[in-house]
Design a binder for this molecule. Structure first.
Ligand SMILES: [Zn+2]
Length: 298
C-alpha cells in the first residue's frame, strides 16, 4: 500500500516553543505523525501524545527528559489511536501515564484491533509498530482534571467525538489548546472509528470555541487559532447537511457516497487526506439513518 507519504517518524529536533514553557514537535505534514506537546512547569513536565511505536516513543521520551532535567514526568494522550498513543511503552516506569477512564477502557477494548488494522497499512507502519504492546495508564480520571506542573496549570477534559474517549488539553493561562484529532488543519476529519459521533464532535467543537484559545494545536497539520475550530466545525456541519438532505430525498448510500464526496472535495479543494471522505459520509449516514455502520476500506 503506498497511500502514506513518508515513514511515520517523529523528529523531536524540530521542536519549537510556541508559548512560554510550551513546546510543540510539529508533524512535518507526515501521515501518521501527530503534533506532540511538551508542557514545562517548575515541578513537572507533561507530554501530550507520544507518536506511534517504540522508536518514536523513545525519541519523544528522550526529548522530554532532556527538557525536564530531573523534574517529574507525566504523559497523557488525546485519544487511544495508534499514532497518538502507541508510543507509550518506553514511558512506562519513567513517567506517570494519565488519561481519562473512557479512553483507557477504549484502549483495552479496541487497542488490539487497531494494532492489527494499522500493521496492515504497509511496511513503514508495520515497522513502526514492531514489538508494540498496549500500555494502560497509571492513573485515570473522569470528566475533568486540573494538573499543576508548578506555575503551569493544565486542564484535561474528556470530550468525545472522534472516538469515545477523546480528551482535550487546555492551558488556561497561556490560552493554548491541544485538540488531538477532534481538529485537523486543512485535512479532512479522520473517521476510522466505529465510535466517532458527528453530534458529539460538533458539541466538542462548540465547547472548544467557547474556551477562545489563542493557539490551537490540532492532531495533524499547522497550528491555528480559534478560527481553525470554527472552520472545522463549519466543515462538519456542511458535510452532515449534504448527507442529511440526500437521505431525506431517499438517495441510496452508494449515490450519496459518489456525489456527496465530489461536492465535499470541490468545496474543500485545498484540504488533504481526501481518503477519509467516504468514511466521513458513511459515519454520517449511519448516524442520521440509524443503520449499522459499515466502514469502507481506506
Ligand atoms: Zn485519531
Amino acid at each position: 500500500m503506498s497511500q502514506f507519504n513518508h515513514p511515520p517518524l517523529v523528529q523531536p529536533a524540530l521542536s519549537r516553543e510556541i508559548a512560554p514553557g510550551v513546546l510543540v514537535i510539529p508533524d512535518q505534514h507526515i501521515d501518521l505523525v501527530p503534533n506532540i506537546g511538551i508542557v514545562i512547569g517548575t515541578d513537572a513536565v507533561l507530554v501530550v501524545d507520544c507518536g506511534m511505536g517504540r522508536e518514536n516513543g523513545q525519541q519523544v521520551l528522550h526529548k522530554a527528559m532532556e527538557v525536564a532535567a530531573g523534574k517529574r514526568l507525566l504523559l497523557t494522550t488525546t485519544h487511544f489511536h495508534p499514532e497518538h498513543a502507541f508510543g507509550a511503552q518506553p514511558f512506562k516506569g519513567y513517567a506517570t501515564i494519565l488519561t481519562n477512564t473512557t479512553q483507557a477502557d477504549e484502549m483495552q477494548e479496541k487497542g488490539a484491533f487497531f494494532l492489527t488494522l494499522f500493521r496492515d497499512m504497509g511496511p513503514d507502519v508495520h515497522k513502526a509498530l514492531e514489538g508494540v504492546e498496549l500500555v494502560m495508564p497509571d492513573e485515570t480520571y473522569q470528566g475533568e482534571k486540573t494538573i499543576d506542573l508548578g506555575g503551569k496549570q493544565v486542564v484535561l477534559r474528556e470530550l468525545p467525538g472522534h472516538t469515545r474517549g477523546d480528551q482535550i488539553v487546555f492551558l488556561p493561562h497561556e490560552q493554548v489548546l491541544f485538540t488531538g484529532d477532534l481538529v485537523e488543519n486543512r485535512l479532512f476529519p479522520i473517521f476510522p472509528d466505529q465510535d466517532a459521533s458527528v453530534g458529539q464532535w460538533s458539541e466538542a467543537l462548540a465547547q472548544m470555541i467557547r474556551l477562545s484559545p489563542q493557539m490551537v494545536i490540532p492532531g495533524h497539520g499547522e497550528l491555528g487559532t480559534v478560527e481553525l475550530l470554527q472552520e472545522f466545525q463549519d466543515h462538519l456541519l456542511f458535510a452532515r447537511q449534504e448527507v442529511s438532505h440526500r437521505v431525506k430525498e431517499g438517495q441510496a448510500l452508494e449515490r450519496i457516497d459518489q456525489e456527496g464526496s465530489q461536492i465535499i472535495k470541490e468545496r474543500y479543494r485545498e484540504w488533504g487526506n481526501d481518503r477519509w471522505i467516504p468514511l466521513e459520509i458513511h459515519s454520517m449516514y449511519s448516524e442520521i439513518t440509524g443503520e449499522p455502520l459499515i466502514l469502507p476500506a481506506f
